[in-house]
Design a protein around this ligand. Structure first.
Ligand code: CA
Length: 332
């Protein structure tokens, strides 16, 4: 039987080469062979949908200089505390952190910090941009749409999933054939979609349960008392329990390292997590393959790509380097 090769998903665009999440990064991803672009969606104070990985603006923009005094107690400038009009005036950079007043690149060998002029854009602007590229190139470009911390938006009074589905419906993303998958670390949000939003809207795009680590505190849930507590997600990567996710998810999105073990003979081997999910009828789309941050024990990008494609039989590989993935896929 001819094995289907994995789709290539550009993580925040070709983010190894241009500032993450920006439209130029999305354009380069398509040029480098990506079948899908991945994006993270966050809501603004005026209920607009922004493409941005973080809940805050300060690690990729000049918000701290432009709007001093607008940070929360934790020092972050939250998207949900700004109107879209304000956010669209900000400059955007490759990811940085500020240490003792010095601006340091998070990825020193990638596109330089504060070089060139980039800006934020909305979810709708991204869909329009991709539709334009589809028109001009004749290629299909799908989307992996991540709902960023729906629980946080609920706590702040917004329904992120409902807002995203409103846009998806208006742009013609309705079924699996339309090239869209919706992802989240938050299982309550996926259940909310499966049980309420999908039946109401008739939008049946596949749902991916992203699998993180409880210690990373990606997901919180509200107790009946009203208190928000860290939700335990560590059980999701247990091969004997992962099948339970099929109740609300069509596939899983684990960290690549969760699929790999150290082999007795040295090197890496694929463990039972991917096959257990597939046995439960789910696809597997791991994140994030990076040549400059390989999983522990890996020697090369190609080694990991081949393990995922040949041994784990993943449906898609999410990567910062779509060009390298395309080269591996062509060679395999
Ligand atoms: Ca993401």
């Amino acid at each position: 039987m001819q094995r289907v090769k994995p789709a290539i998903v550009a993580h925040r665009g070709a983010s190894a080469y241009l500032p993450e999440s920006t439209l130029p990064a999305k354009a380069l991803a398509v040029a480098q062979g990506a079948d899908y672009v991945e994006h993270d969606i966050v809501m603004t104070r005026d209920n607009e949908l922004l493409v941005n990985h973080d809940l805050w603006l300060d690690e990729v923009s000049d918000v701290a200089e432009r709007f001093p005094g607008r940070a929360r107690e934790d020092g972050h400038f939250y998207v949900i505390d700004f109107d879209l009009e304000e956010i669209l005036t900000l400059g955007v950079s490759s990811r940085f952190r500020v240490v003792d007043g010095d601006v340091l690149p998070v990825w020193p060998d990638r596109y330089p910090v504060w070089q060139g002029r980039f800006g934020f854009h909305t979810f709708e602007e991204e869909l329009q941009f991709l539709a334009g590229i589809e028109h001009s190139t004749g290629r299909r470009v799908g989307i992996f749409t991540e709902l960023k911390s729906p629980w946080f938006h609920e706590r702040e009074g917004g329904d992120l999933a409902a807002a995203v589905y409103d846009v998806l419906g208006r742009y013609g993303y309705r079924t699996a054939a339309d090239g869209c998958r919706v992802m989240s670390f938050d299982p309550q949000a996926l259940r909310h979609i499966r049980e309420e939003i999908a039946p109401r809207t008739g939008i049946t795009v596949p749902l991916t349960q992203l699998i993180g680590r409880t210690a990373d505190q990606e997901v919180f849930e509200r107790l009946p008392s009203g208190e928000w507590v860290n939700y335990d997600v560590d059980w999701m990567r247990d091969p004997t329990r992962v099948g339970a996710l099929a109740e609300w998810a069509d596939g899983i999105g684990p960290d690549i390292a969760m699929l790999l073990d150290q082999a007795d003979a040295g090197g890496l081997r694929v463990n039972d997590l991917a096959s257990a999910a597939q046995a439960a009828g789910m696809y597997v789309t791991p994140w994030t393959l990076r040549a400059d941050a390989l999983p522990p024990g890996a020697d090369s990008y190609g080694e990991v790509f081949d393990l995922l494609a040949r041994d784990a039989l993943v449906d898609a590989v999410i990567t910062d380097f779509p060009d390298l993935a395309e080269a591996c896929r062509t060679a395999s």
